[in-house]
Ligand binder design. Structure first.
Ligand code: PGA
Length: 254
């Protein structure tokens, strides 16, 4: 089953206008050098940089996504951004349910599911994040937690065409720690089984499951070569075009 590798950068709350313009411009230029890359590229800047980044990506094959959205199309929701607005400023993706939002904004599986449905309705693809905390891992609950998060936060209507799953162990995010490749493959294979149960085998076999959490040029090749790992969601290392591209280099041939 061929699934196109997705190399996605999650810029989080980083970058002023000039930084965003430069980073997106550098990524676009490097991706252009690859000609017809065998993988797909995505950058997810903060809301304030979307318009600037879109301009810097013009004519390139790099897609743009946001890092969150509201469930409604518009209305009295001070400070929120709707999926329709994201689509309007050039996004084709949105990250939903990142562990930092689950923790900082108390986002539940139910809310994440509603956000994903709203995003799909607006024509956006979603990257739905799941992953266990360190305590859950120590208690050997990793697969249980991921199963519950998939069952609760992935819409029943999700398909391989509109949804990407990102497995991000919370304890690996921004810490420099990563699970062993054997652990990553075990969890990804388990996630695919849960997806098959929820969405049918056809969707599960075609749906991309990214790994995220301290992915760096030094560990990317080993992680990205695992059979059930279909790309990476990259935080810290996506803020430097050279690191981001070095991660991609192991899987996106010229
Ligand atoms: P990291 O973040 O690569 O900095 O660990 C990944 C993420 O949170 O998406």
């Amino acid at each position: 089953m061929s699934r196109k590798i997705l190399i996605a950068g999650n810029w989080k709350m980083n970058g002023l206008l000039e930084d965003g313009k430069a980073l997106a411009g550098n990524v676009a230029a490097e991706v252009k050098k690859l000609g017809k890359p065998e993988c797909e590229f995505l950058v997810c800047p903060p809301f304030t940089l979307l318009t600037t980044v879109k301009k810097a990506l013009r004519g390139s094959k790099v897609a743009m996504g946001a890092q969150d959205c509201h469930t409604a199309e518009k209305g009295a929701h001070t400070g929120d951004i709707s999926p329709v607005m994201l689509k309007d400023c050039g996004c084709s993706y949105v990250i939903i349910g990142h562990s930092e939002r689950r923790a900082d904004h108390h986002e539940s599986n139910e809310l994440i599911c509603q956000k994903a449905e709203a995003a799909h309705k607006a024509g956006l693809k979603t990257v739905i994040c799941i992953g266990e905390t360190e305590a859950e891992r120590d208690a050997q609950k990793t697969i249980d937690v991921c199963t519950r998060q998939i069952m609760g936060s992935v819409p029943d209507s999700a398909t391989a065409a509109d949804t990407v799953i990102a497995y991000e162990p919370v304890w690996a995010i921004g810490t420099g720690k990563t699970p062993t490749t054997a652990d990553v493959e075990e969890v990804h294979a388990a996630i695919r089984k849960v997806l098959a149960k929820k969405l049918g085998k056809g969707n599960a076999n075609k749906m991309r499951i990214l790994y995220g959490g301290s992915m760096k040029p030094a560990n990317a090749a080993a992680l990205l070569s695992l059979p059930d790992v279909d790309g990476g969601l990259i935080g810290g290392a996506s803020l430097k075009a050279s690191d981001f591209m070095a991660i991609a280099a192991s899987v996106c041939k010229k």
